[in-house]
Design a binder for this molecule. Structure first.
Ligand code: ZN
Ligand code: ZN
Length: 565
């Protein structure tokens, strides 16, 4: 039985240890994990998730943090494993509701600062720099770190040493033994943690369905150089701005092929400047040019690094493909490289961009990274996941960071390397694993869920507004305004009907007239306006719905407005 605990009193004994996710399991995105040891709570990561088309007008999805609000006195820190959106995107919204110190590595802090600046939160937030050597004491929890490799520099795995035992959170990782920045994963440290004993491992599952190992990022570099060399005119290359290693390889390819480089797209410019500032990217003096300088240059001497590899409609690549970019044009015989695989769900918009680029006469290099060599994943495949499990030798295991099938595959991998099947927990967001006297059980859960961000609003847009938006987007709306006099018991003016997204043009006039007649009739039938306002509106709605459906087979939203004077 799952108990819903409204009052989260966990301070029953000094030895209580609890672990749960508020986001990130059974989904990709909005990662947030919580560890509570006695009265000390540590939050790991605070990501955001991007909505699909069904969530009309929603900008971002973040976590339900009711649990954290109810236990705010116990929160010691937010520790961030790395700077990807699914790990930092929710931070401004979290900090607006709950202030807490934020621990992260140098580059990650730089990316978090960009967000905090945008939200005006930089001054009031305590940002603390850590690296793989740091030891952070958070009440009863001693926290140490180990370096991992991933598709962004400066990633950490975390070990929480508690009175009950050690919990390890891997963060996102792969094992890249020839990393572009020569920062190899701390495999010795991981083995040492395993040697000392890991009570529970939380390990990411993104590529748990994929056999083998993920190739090194270094392989991409050679392919980029070849493509730059073969390009007869300008080269455009699009990738994730945060993939600083790939950006470095683009810079290197430009140097080798004697091209200047223009950065296009706000996030590319922002991230690259943070990466240069903090020493994660080496760009020779005079290498970068402004986008307005591109057209004046010899096309063989220029490359353009841009955002939009996921088909985002407002990003640079999409605008370039529809000749809708101010300073730069894609011309026949230009080369466009998509150096990123589309994330599931983005395939259609990416394909549309590729079509448009071909229409412009460009040579387009696109498709799966294994074919083009222009992309490798940042996540561990099955053999690497088994390596992590083998290094850590955990007693208990919770697969995280993935949809259900990925978690399930990760469980099978764990079993195959000797983790006892009863000691593996596949959890939902909010499900709590409690460890009491060294024994883990999952019997209760805390509040969790999706909170929608729309503009400045956090959580004010819910299912009712979304249902309305859906209705409006499908069949439009009709507003019927009538002014009545309560004392005289009659219509003073109207009904006037205004429609949007429903019908238009001369044919509609007849129908609108009919609507107004019907509303008039309904009002005239009503005796007591004072008492029956609500009922009157309901009656108008019902009769008009019926009328419109019989005439048009559409169901627009109907808003009767009665003004009484
Ligand atoms: Zn990541
Ligand atoms: Zn991630």
């Amino acid at each position: 039985m799952i108990l819903k605990w409204r009052k989260h009193n966990l301070n029953t004994s000094d030895h209580t240890l609890s672990i749960f996710a508020l986001g990130g399991v059974n989904e990709i995105g909005k990662n947030m994990y919580v560890i509570q040891s006695s009265d000390d709570i540590v939050v790991i990561d605070c990501g955001a998730k991007f909505p699909d088309e069904s969530l009309l007008g929603i900008d971002l999805i973040i976590q339900d943090i009711s649990f954290l609000k109810e236990n705010k006195d116990k929160i010691r820190a937010l520790i961030v494993t790395h700077g990807h959106e699914d790990h930092i995107g929710g931070i401004p919204y979290l900090l607006k509701q709950l202030n807490m110190p934020v621990y992260a590595t140098n580059l990650t802090l730089g990316l978090i600062e960009l967000k905090l600046k945008e939200h005006g939160l930089l001054r009031q937030t305590k940002l603390l720099l850590i690296d793989e050597e740091s030891i952070v004491r958070l009440g009863t929890i001693r926290t140490t770190f180990f370096r991992t490799s991933h598709s962004i520099p400066d990633c950490l795995g975390i070990a929480f040493h508690t009175p009950q035992g050690t919990i390890v959170h891997t963060g996102d990782f792969k094992f890249d033994f020839t990393p572009v920045d020569n920062q190899s994963p701390d495999i010795h440290k991981m083995a040492e943690l395993g040697q000392q004993g890991v009570l529970l491992l939380l390990s990411e599952s993104t590529n748990a369905e994929r056999p083998g190992s993920t190739p090194s990022e270094r392989l991409v570099g050679d392919h980029i150089v070849d493509a730059f060399r073969d390009a007869p005119r300008k080269v455009f290359i699009s990738t994730f701005a945060s993939n600083v290693h790939r950006v470095q390889q683009v810079v290197n390819a430009a140097i080798k092929t004697n091209r200047k480089l223009a950065l296009v797209g706000r996030s590319m410019v922002n991230v690259v400047s943070v990466a240069i500032e903090r020493g994660y990217l080496e760009v020779p003096e005079g290498m970068l040019i402004e986008s307005r300088e591109v057209s004046a240059m010899d096309p063989e001497k220029v490359a353009i690094l841009c955002t939009g590899s996921q088909g985002e409609p407002m990003a640079a690549l999409s605008r370039l493909s529809s000749s809708n970019f101010r300073d730069i044009e894609v011309l026949p015989e230009d080369t466009v490289i998509l150096a990123a695989s589309p994330i599931p769900g983005n395939e259609r918009s990416v394909s549309r961009i590729i079509d448009n680029l071909f229409l412009l006469g460009a040579r387009v290099i696109y498709g799966s990274g294994t074919v083009t060599g222009m992309h490798v994943s940042g996540h561990a495949c099955q053999e690497e996941l088994k390596l992590m499990l083998t290094l850590m030798k955990p007693k208990y295991f919770i697969p995280i960071h993935g949809e259900y099938r990925m978690l399930h595959q990760h469980r099978i991998l764990a079993e195959s390397v000797g983790v006892k099947s009863n000691n593996i927990f596949i959890v939902n967001n909010g499900d709590v694993v409690d460890i009491v006297d060294g024994k883990a059980v999952q019997t209760r859960s805390v509040d969790s869920g999706n909170i929608f961000v729309d503009g400045f609003g956090i959580g004010d847009v819910g299912n009712i507004i979304l249902r309305d938006r859906k209705l409006l987007s499908e069949d439009g709306m009709l507003v019927i305004v009538t002014t009545i006099s309560k004392s005289q018991g009659k219509i003073i003016s109207g009904p006037d009907t205004i429609s949007r997204g429903f019908i238009y043009g001369p044919e509609s006039e007849e129908l609108i007239k009919e609507v107004n007649e019907s509303v008039r009739a309904t009002i005239n039938k009503t005796r007591d306006f004072n008492r029956n306002q609500r009922e009157l509106k309901q009656n108008i709605k019902k009769s008009i719905e019926k009328l419109l459906y019989s005439r048009t087979k559409r169901r627009p939203m109907i808003l009767p407005i009665i003004i009484d004077i």
